[in-house]
Design a protein around this ligand. Structure first.
Ligand code: BG6
Length: 488
């Protein structure tokens, strides 16, 4: 009973929020290097230079107009540039992960560290050597790296020169990146994921396209992205048939607000658009009919070439990786009170409490998600992100009492255990988000912390970067040592 013996307990990070070293070791600029910090009330911005030379800052989700150039304004703070500096602290950090007993460490590689421009003829050896050091160290501690190939950015040169994923050539640039890293690390890394939260990629910084809200451009770019992912999976399997290559989707759980059938119909539509489509393509290898109909209604004709259908069919995934932070409520009533959430605000759920950032906390929802996914796709699952973003206080003696975080994680692990023990879901691992403090993707803040390990850095980028264990560190160590039995 309980979790399988080889269950991958660990933690998760992403390069654009953790790695730093944005110009070190031959790395090229990534689109994420152009996003400023923000806050709960101020959005993260990007600075663009228009064709007439005028500069202005726009919300990073706003369309970058064609002809405009994204620039770095030296007066502003760009959190990805140093982030929490894994680049220079990896030895210390991985040692701490090992001390907690991690069996798996989810991290992402920076595409522009390997191919600084994205379309280079040869890879950057210094970048490859950097990840060799990481994977070797993980190996020495018996930690399985779980590697996301691309987390929320792309080499900026691809955006500037090709409009990123809008151009079919980007499929081959990505495939080449996959080939190089799969070849290089074929004996060091077994678990891979192609794109982080592929269902959130819709703007300049993630797709590399201008006028990103244009439905034709957006759908074409997403089509290429899915082809890129499928190609990557097939290339990986050819290089090492032992590889386990997964997808990664932001799995917000939806509830209808009432038993009014309209709420459920709306929920079905939203679920399909927001997540089901991405699962269906990557697990089943083809566009589902509801998506084809939607494209027809929107007068979007995808540009396809012969052989594309086979690429999608031959590139289905081995497992489902997903993030789960919160659930949301779908309502068709104009009167419902709004709630916050993981980039997806909807009606408020009166039965749930929320985090300081307004994200509803719903541990039982995790059991539902696990069951629904397993029932539908019959593929092994991995919870590759989950956690509580909260403000931590460092006491005078340096201790950090984050019992709220322990409480959140304990409740989610309890539900995860029910899904395994009672429902028989095949779950491979659990890597809570931001196992060491890193920059928030949503707000760019530092004070929104998820980690078991505190990093001394503030919202303006000031601090010593010193690492400190929080109370949750020792708690999680015991959870892992007891394979999920000791949760108190
Ligand atoms: C997920 C992302 O959406 O949520 C992470 O994959 C992100 O990159 C995480 O950090 C938590 O969101 P936030 O906005 O609190 O950092």
């Amino acid at each position: 009973m309980g979790f399988p013996k080889d269950f991958l307990w660990g933690g998760a990070t992403a390069a654009n929020q953790y790695e730093g070293g944005y110009l070190s070791g031959g790395k090229g600029l990534a689109t994420s290097d152009f996003i400023t910090a923000g806050s709960m009330t101020e959005p993260r911005m990007i600075v663009i230079e228009l064709e007439n030379g005028e500069r202005k800052a726009i919300n990073r989700f706003e369309d970058v107009p064609s002809g405009a150039r994204v620039v770095i304004d030296e007066q502003l703070y760009y959190p990805s540039h140093t982030a929490t500096d894994f680049y220079n602290h990896y030895e210390e950090d991985i040692k701490l992960f090992a001390e907690m007993g991690f069996k798996g460490f989810r991290m992402s590689m920076t595409w522009s560290r390997i191919f600084p421009n994205g379309d280079d003829a040869t890879p950057n050896e210094e970048g490859l050597a950097f990840y060799d050091k990481i994977f070797d160290l993980c190996g020495a501690y018996g930690i399985e790296p779980i590697v996301t190939l691309n987390h929320f950015d792309l080499p900026n040169h691809l955006a500037v020169t090709y409009q990123g994923w809008l151009d079919r050539k980007t499929i081959d640039f990505f495939a080449n990146y996959c080939k190089v890293v799969f070849d290089r690390y074929k004996d060091k890394v077994k678990y891979w994921m192609t794109f982080n939260e592929i269902n959130f990629l819709r703007d300049y910084s993630t797709l590399g396209i201008t006028d990103a809200s244009d439905l034709t451009k957006q759908n074409q770019a997403i089509y290429h992205l899915l082809l890129g992912s499928a190609k990557g999976v097939a290339i990986g399997h050819a290089i090492n048939p032992e590889f386990k290559i997964g997808l990664m989707i932001a799995n917000i759980l939806f509830y209808p607000e009432t038993c009014n059938p309209n709420d459920s119909i709306r929920m079905m539509e939203l679920e399909r658009g927001f997540k089901d489509f991405y699962y269906d393509v990557q697990c089943r290898g083809a566009y589902p009919n509801y998506k084809l109909k939607e494209l027809e209604r929107d007068h979007v004709e995808l540009k396809k070439v012969p052989g594309d259908d086979e690429i999608l069919k031959n590139g289905t995934v081995d497992f489902i990786g997903f993030s789960y932070y919160n659930s949301t409520v779908v309502s068709t009533s104009a009167e419902s009170e709004q709630a916050g959430g993981n980039q997806f605000g909807a009606a408020k759920n009166p039965y749930l409490e929320a985090s300081e950032w307004g994200w509803p906390i719903d541990p039982s929802g995790l059991r539902l998600v696990l069951n629904r996914l397993y029932d539908k796709y019959q593929l092994p699952l991995m919870i590759v992100e989950n956690g509580l973003g909260a403000i931590d206080k460092v006491e005078e003696d340096g201790s950090i009492h984050d019992d709220y975080r322990i409480d959140y994680l304990r409740k989610h692990i309890t539900e995860m255990k029910k899904a395994v023990e009672i429902d028989g879901v095949e779950l491979w691992g659990y890597t809570p988000w931001g196992c060491i403090d890193l920059i928030s993707a949503g707000t760019g803040e530092m004070k929104k912390r998820y980690g078991f390990i505190h990093v001394d850095l503030d919202d303006e980028g000031k601090g010593t970067l010193k690492r400190r264990k929080k109370d949750s560190f020792e708690w999680y160590r015991k959870v892992i040592a007891s394979n999920g039995e000791e949760l108190s």
